[in-house]
Write a protein that binds this ligand. Sequence first.
Ligand code: AMP
Ligand code: MG
Length: 409
Amino acid sequence: MTMNLMPVEDALARLLDSAVPFARVQEIALGDARGQYLAQDVVSRVDVPAFDNAAVDGVALRYADLDEPGLTLPMPLRIAAGDPPGTLMPGQVARIFTGAPVPAGADTVLMQEDCEIADGRVRLPAQASVTDGQNIRPAGQDARLDEVVMRAGQRLTPQAVGLIASVGISQVRVYAPRVLVLTSGDELQAPDEAPLPGKIYDSNGPQLEQLLIQSGFAEVRREHLPDDPAIIQATLTRALTSPDQRPDVIISTGGVSVGEEDHLRAVLEQQGQLDFWRLAIKPGKPFTYGSVDGIPFFGLPGNPSAVLVCYLMLVLPALRRCCGAENVLPEPFRLPADFSVKKAGKRQEYLRVRCVPKNGNLVLEKHPNQSSGMLSSAVWADGLAVVPVGRTVSEGEILSFFSFPDLLG
Ligand code: AMP
Ligand code: MG
């Protein structure tokens, strides 16, 4: 019997539709907030800049004083950044420096390179060479008092942190979901143990933890599950009933395929609710989604590159939507393939590719080994190129390309 595989777009649409905002939010210092998602709108406490100020080092004057050609005016005022603005009388100019407040009465700033300054006087240039109001950064050009400068759901990039600081705010409320990462499999051992026969080192746990941290979810707890339904059930129950460790989202790896030792999905069905599984995605077909006790449960496959692809293309967009984000996936770049794919597939394939220059343009180079069990090709790659279901690719054909930094940014 062949089961229909759910298209990736349908799975993503269902994940986004069922996303509920995370209940856990935290007020933290702005300096600790980079990479996290705002759980509040940010409203400016001031105008930014707070006053009209000079954009260059030079001379502040009245544009009208340029009427008379070749005038030399006295310069009794000197205003540096941080000084009070002072007042300019008609027929005077002021020495002014970048960021200094423009004095009352002045409306234009000349660059020092454009005027002759000597003995406390300034010879003015022809009016035709000057624009009324030039070189002044007006108050409120960046932000206005009471203006919403950032919205809930936006990610705190370094520049967002800078903008929020510039409006006089030092604490922000961010989403702080607790993420429980469950690895599974009797074959797994920790990287600090001596290698045992038949065992492999756990790479999904460390990889997922770092993916989460890099995408703004720092509260990660990891547990390992043996291939034993009773222990899996007991572990889940313990996690759900623990008052200070109850997760807001659960992400598991392994144990959701169709083998006799794949118990996670069965436990999810018994203890919670299975929404869908088996996607037309390569790598990552066994992807499973459901909930336990109202907590979203993402059952990722065991293969490490499938974990990477499913996290980036499905889990992370869903987590972002639970943080109120509008844009949950970047727009892919469109780049030509420097390879061909002869056989059309039944699943949408995410190829590990590199961007390389060729004849002055970027092209996509595919790693020769796309095995879902391999991570070295994912480390080699710059990102993922998408080959839709039923499509072959000829050399030079344009494909969608998601770079890893873009996906995680
Ligand atoms: P499963 O879906 O449990 O059958 O796992 C599929 C493949 O992924 C098997 O080869 C597992 O050994 C491997 N695998 C599962 N979990 C991990 C893990 N945490 N780290 C590395 N490989 C894993
Ligand atoms: Mg397994």
